[in-house]
Design a protein around this ligand. Sequence first.
Ligand code: HCA
Ligand code: CU
Length: 382
Amino acid sequence: MSLQDYAIIESTLREGEQFVNAFFTTEQKVEIARLLDEFGVEFLELTSPLASPRSEEDLRAITRLGLQAKILTHTRATVGDAKRAVDTGVDGVDVVIGTSSYLREFSHGKSIPQIIEMAQEVVSYLKSQGVITRFSTEDSLRSDQEDMFAVYEAVDALGVDRVGVADTVGVGTPRQIYDLVSELRRRVRCDIEFHGHNDSGCAIANSYAALEAGATHIDTSILGIGERNGITPLGGLVARMYATDPKLVEKYNLPLLSKLDRTIAEMVGVDIPFNNYITGYTAFTHKAGIHAKAVLNNPSTYEILKPEAFGISRYIHIAHRLTGWNAVRNRAEQLDLVMDDEQIKRLTGHIKALADEQALTLDDIDSLLYHWAKTNGAGVEA
Ligand code: HCA
Ligand code: CU
């Protein structure tokens, strides 16, 4: 399998709804679904119809929108839940059960043989209904591997479409995920999904490692929202794939990413983090003079992502003591000021001296530029 063949299961409308500030109205869910569809994700995962009457109505409404993306919902591993899910008209059902000793002991209380029996029953039912069927093991990283493989192999034998590895608590490292998914790849024929939480900041790297090991589907949410600090962010995965090869994300409508991030940030009442992948306000800002000079000559010197591919502009920050004369000259050109290099160099020295004493803004620099263009800095010691 090449990296090229992966698909995104976008779970803002399921995992994302588990984010502390998320209370999506029906209209908001429809807006999110349409935007994600326009972006081009292959699957949308929605909250279980058993969660609440509104969840069920919204799921039905979204399945009727006629989107390109396939609509999936999430259920526990019982035939009763699976029936309710199928009845809503979804394309597929994502079934999950906890396999770690923590969850077996403190959550559902089932043994591995019981889990296998439940899994077989629910998968057989879903396959008989002709829906895309996925079976995943919650808390996979803290589950006994042989137990877990026994579950996966049992459902694979029944023709399940996908099995899911879920790093529910965000404890996995890229190397662990790579090893686990590689072994799973050897053991099952079906597709493999990875769902990674971000508690220790590894969600994107783990998703990428899963793909390298043969996973076919990655779960994301917009801005990474989800339980606790969330899961693999859509924009972060896109940045990672683009950095490897822009062709890996050419199937997506990349300029829509900013709108997706802004829309969700607004809906859940948070700011887009300043250092967010692609859409954070510093993502394409260059500051130090040496960087600015090189970026002005060739952006690839300090950028692995092209801002224009995402409909974003780069920004060279010049109002500070680390600035350099190339960046100041570039600003003069933007303002259509005719100044020679000697003038610009002297002004740059002046800006550095000023910046040592006080905070400067771009407006301050622009005023200085206009003034110097006229007076050549007469009367200023530089
Ligand atoms: C949950 C847990 C889950 C499920 C992931 C999956 C997790 O909230 O139900 O279905 O693969 O992180 O384990 O999100
Ligand atoms: Cu999760």
